[in-house]
Design a protein around this ligand. Structure first.
Ligand SMILES: [Fe+2]
Length: 347
């Protein structure tokens, strides 16, 4: 259970963890039980027949009658536990690619609504190397380079691994609460800067007539509904300077300290996703990263990514939706007026 938290509190609940709590030995990975796999296989034909758009898939379209306890445990870990889960044994070899993606989407719908991920209208994203480089015009999920620690959009990001690369592509997670506690304990003078937050570059997600930089600041650390929230994408902050936004020396010092905390090996949890592994991460609680990977002609890394919007969650803080798809952000619709510089979006 999460302990209510407010600015200045040291966070001591299950959202605070480090490397030693989740060693890189898969001892804590949760296998998907056989009866859940059986439920998934039985629910697939019905979902296939409905030919629904992913955004319209609801749990009742993919009934999993014997999986209730399993789903509740996973959801509890995302919502009130460490904020992430790694499941193993999703039957990726039993289905075609299309059926695997559909079954994954049906299962994921039990954890939240399938959310849009970009203005290309992407809902089910094939994560593989398409030669894209991260920059002011691209977000980086179609490349193979290492990605700095960041949060994704909506409540939860989930990946299903179909194939690994022969080398690299390790998945890394860091507890937002661990970062916050370090700033609070070691450099509390940076907190006001991090609560005030930063403008973010929209990296090609804006319409041609829209500014490339958000006119509002998003806090790195915030507290809503007695819950701690983090959101952080350092490159999206830095790219604003290209557009003329000034980042002060004090702001850069605060950001550099956050980066130095994130880089501490003892707070990073590392895992190598294997085919059939299904990772879920709460974007308001955990930052994630991926190391560079190297495909070969015979073996290419491939995953399917979904973003899940979870209206029932107690976590609804500022985040990536606000920068890239503000019209789909539940936070801006409900609490955006609390951000510095935010003006209500047109209906
Ligand atoms: Fe990401």
């Amino acid at each position: 259970m999460n302990i209510p938290a407010n600015p200045g509190d040291v966070i001591t609940d299950a959202t605070h963890w480090g490397r030693d709590d989740f060693p890189d030995d898969r001892s804590w990975v949760r296998p998907i039980p056989d009866w859940v796999i059986d439920d998934i296989a039985k629910a697939l034909p019905g979902l296939r027949e409905r030919t629904l758009h992913p955004r319209d898939i609801r749990p009742e379209h993919f009934p999993l009658p014997r999986s209730g306890a399993f789903l509740a445990e996973v959801n509890g870990h995302l919502e009130a536990g460490p904020g992430f889960e790694l499941l193993s044994g999703f039957p990726v070899d039993d289905f075609s690619y299309e059926d695997t993606a559909l079954a994954y989407t049906g299962l994921a719908a039990h954890f939240g609504r399938i959310s849009i991920q970009s203005h290309l209208d992407e809902y089910v994203v094939d994560v593989s190397d398409k030669g894209e480089k991260m920059g002011t015009g691209a977000r980086g999920h179609y490349g193979s380079e290492s990605l700095p620690f960041h949060a994704d959009g909506a409540n939860t990001v989930t990946l299903l691994c179909l194939q690994t690369a022969p080398e690299g592509g390790e998945s890394l997670l860091v507890s937002g609460a661990a970062i916050y506690n370090a700033v609070l304990g070691e450099h509390p003078e940076y907190l006001d800067i991090l609560y005030r937050g930063f403008h973010h570059h929209r990296r090609g997600e804006q319409a041609p007539d829209e500014a490339p930089v958000t006119p509002w600041r998003s806090p790195v650390f915030s507290f809503y509904g007695d819950q701690f929230h983090i959101t952080y994408v350092r490159p999206s902050i830095n790219y604003c300077e290209v557009e003329g936004t000034v980042i002060t020396e004090a702001e850069n010092r605060a950001l550099d300290f956050v980066d130095s905390v994130i880089a501490r090996p003892e707070i990073q949890v590392s895992m190598s996703l294997k085919p059939g592994d299904l990772q879920l991460v709460n974007n308001f609680v955990v930052l994630h990263s991926r190391t560079e990977y190297f495909d070969t002609p015979k073996q290419q890394r491939r995953l399917i990514r979904l973003w899940l919007d979870t209206p029932a969650s107690r976590h609804n803080g500022p985040g990536k939706m606000d920068w890239y798809m503000p019209e789909h952000s539940r936070f801006l619709a409900t609490r955006g007026h609390l951000l510095e510089g935010f003006a209500a979006l047109p209906n």
